[in-house]
Design a protein around this ligand. Structure first.
Ligand code: ADP
Ligand code: MG
Length: 399
């Protein structure tokens, strides 16, 4: 999917002008509201540094969380500004509005060498509806548009897709460019076995895309809350585990088609869903989660089985943690899978890990440098691998 890139634009198209840059600063926050993992912020530094070097003035927009079209203070982008300022080494001004007169004025007043960060795009109801009026308002904030929000590029939203109708040039930033290069390599990788591992919690969003991998993958490994829905579909008792009941028929159809190639957990770590740590957790068979308890990680036998399959792969894609890894004691499955990905890489496999939380997990395990590519997008990388295109990329200029 070849599109025009930021690096293709002549310097005179950049110098002194305002670049509206869609970034994906949908970062995890701590309970105290601080940025828990700056990976997605750091991932935009190449584009921002490039723009500043070209004397272009970056105006940044992003979403954070799912505030559903209302102002929800805990989803403000304000805590991101100091993190970006520190990482970039340039002044970052945060403005608590997204579009409108103040934002427009701030974009015009932006000094050379400084960056403007606007408030959460999803505070506006038009964002997820790809509203035309909102798209026009976004378009006024720049003289060109740069999509560097790889993790949001599968969303046909106003700040990703709609805005490109009213603002040209519209080009791919350096992060988007490098993500597409790595994922393209994965799509073309022919070395077998090709193994995909899925976990995480966004089942409804992702389950439809898993189908596409059945035709290509030799093994499909499923853990995390994603596995709960599959186990439920195969008749297991899942207690109070996180499951997506509406997705059960899809999961059942998938199991039918993937017979023999899909590897589900055989044991699980169960505890009360609100357990603060794993001190009272127990190992249970995958079919028998006790009433009132939830499966919060894969069990030791499953960890070994998953690690063996992953370590033996030649091409590998992993999206979604194997459990509630943010909570103490429930990260063993995720850490084990991260290690197995690193082992596969060291044996010469081409490995890609995708997803905001998966990237955090890899980072938490200290293994970021030991996989071929860590993608900042979960749903986006899945969709690109499954379909070979993304709405936010299709919307950019042709070369
Ligand atoms: P990614 O961001 O890598 O694409 P997701 O957003 O789909 O991944 O899922 C990550 C979330 O899934 C994490 O917050 C993790 O705690 C949660 N999760 C994984 N397994 C479980 C489980 N068994 N029960 C509850 N939550 C889970
Ligand atoms: Mg996530």
């Amino acid at each position: 999917m070849k599109r025009r890139r930021l690096r293709d634009l002549a310097p005179e198209l950049l110098r002194g002008r305002r670049a509206l840059v869609r970034v994906d600063y949908n970062v995890p926050l701590t309970e105290r509201g601080e940025v828990a993992d700056p990976t997605r912020v750091e991932a935009t530094l190449p584009t921002l540094t490039y723009l500043l070097e070209m004397e272009c003035r970056p105006v940044l927009v992003s979403h954070l969380g799912r505030p559903k079209g209302e102002v929800v203070p805990k989803y403000s982008l304000a805590p991101v500004a100091p993190v970006l300022e520190e990482a970039l080494g340039a002044r970052v001004r945060f403005l608590p509005s997204t579009v409108g007169v103040e934002a427009l004025q701030a974009s015009r007043d932006l000094e050379a060498g400084h960056v403007l960060l606007l408030e959460n795009t999803r505070f506006l109801p038009g964002e997820t509806k790809n509203d035309e009026d909102l798209s026009r308002q976004f378009a006024q904030l720049g003289d060109l548009f740069v999509n560097d929000a790889f993790g949001s590029t599968h969303r046909a939203h106003a700040s990703v897709v709609g805005v490109t109708e009213f603002l040209r040039p519209a080009v791919a930033g350096l992060l988007v460019e490098s993500e597409l290069t790595a994922l393209e390599a994965l799509r073309e990788a022919r070395e077998r076995p090709f193994v995909v591992a899925f976990g995480g919690a966004k089942i409804g969003d992702k389950i439809g895309l898993l189908e596409a991998f059945l035709d290509h993958a030799d093994r499909v490994v499923v853990g995390g809350a994603m596995a709960n829905t599959f186990l439920l579909a195969s008749g297991a008792r899942m207690g109070a585990s996180l499951v997506e009941t509406e997705a059960v028929p899809l999961a059942a159809g998938f199991l039918e088609r993937a017979r023999g190639r899909i590897l589900l957990p055989s044991d699980l770590v169960a505890a009360r869903a609100d357990a603060e740590d794993a001190s009272e957790a127990k190992i249970v068979a995958a079919g028998a989660v006790p009433e009132g308890e939830a499966a919060l990680d894969i069990g030791p036998e499953t960890r070994r089985a998953f690690a063996e399959v992953l370590a033996a792969s030649r091409t590998l894609f992993w999206n979604g943690p194997m459990g509630l890894f943010e909570r103490p004691g429930f990260d063993a499955g995720t850490v084990e899978v991260a290690r197995a990905v690193a082992v596969a890489t060291s044996r010469g496999a081409f490995t890609v890990v995708g997803g905001g939380d998966s990237a955090s997990a890899i980072r938490q395990s200290g293994l970021t440098g030991e996989v071929s590519h860590v993608s900042t997008g979960g749903g986006a990388s899945l969709e690109y691998l499954a379909q070979g295109s993304l709405p936010g990329i299709e919307a950019l200029d042709l070369p």
